[in-house]
Ligand binder design. Sequence first.
Ligand code: SAH
Length: 274
Amino acid sequence: MNLDSIHIGKVILAGAGPGDPELLTLKTLRYLQQADVVVADRLVSPDILAEYTRPDALIISVGKQYHNNASTPQSVISQLLVTHALEGRLVVRLKGGDVSIFSNVLDELETLSSHGIPYELVPGVTAALGAAAYAGIPLTARGYAASVRFLTSYQPDAGDEKYWHELAHTPDTLVFYMSSAPLDQLVHRLAKEGIAEDRWIAVIEQATTPLQRVSSWPVHQYLAAAAGSEYASPTLVILGRVAALHSSFQWLANSRSREQYFPSVQEQKKIVVC
Ligand code: SAH
């Protein structure tokens, strides 16, 4: 047997941050500069892949997009990591934001572990933290909120009464991922459960990118002002008293452009280098 074939590589499961390449951690940057193979999500800045990887690195884009059949199945992604690591390569699995928030990292960890492949997890700036900072919204501002929750609004018009009642009445800041499409239903549901007049909603499109756009309203005015709005992907929603602080502390001007910062899954497939 060729000795090289028994040298197992390693997989670095890392978060790339929400968009601005400068939000990459130094640790992820160092691994990217060394990587033989980079397996990247759709919501990873194209500039990071272009500027911080080795010119001879194999870059594989495995984007997933909500409501999009072009997604790469998770089993294929996990298998890619195994195949390249078993060939002795240093593989960076780069995810948007943080490595574990609303991601399929568990599946990848289980697959790597079952094959005895060494791995490391490297955190990243999750979209909630990037969007809050770049929109001037302190998530747990003293006197406004004592805690923050990261959620996704799965089926706001169905489900548990108690759950929605509690969400409408909690003083916590609520940050909703993957929730811009059902936003009207979400607001409608919270209004129905009696959400307080002092709660605001901030919608942050393409946070931390040059195309960032933030809109905010008192939650009770949202449906009259913005029902039916379509937001750019990706979009994050911050709901709570703190969302009102955006108008006082916004430090970044809204982009006027409606372009997309992140490539669609189809565009990404065209730029795959493999
Ligand atoms: N692991 C990622 C989240 C993946 S789920 C993280 O930690 O950020 C994908 C969702 O994250 C998107 O639907 C959107 O709600 C949010 N998101 C990711 N990047 C974003 C960005 N730049 N601006 C706004 N929302 C973003």
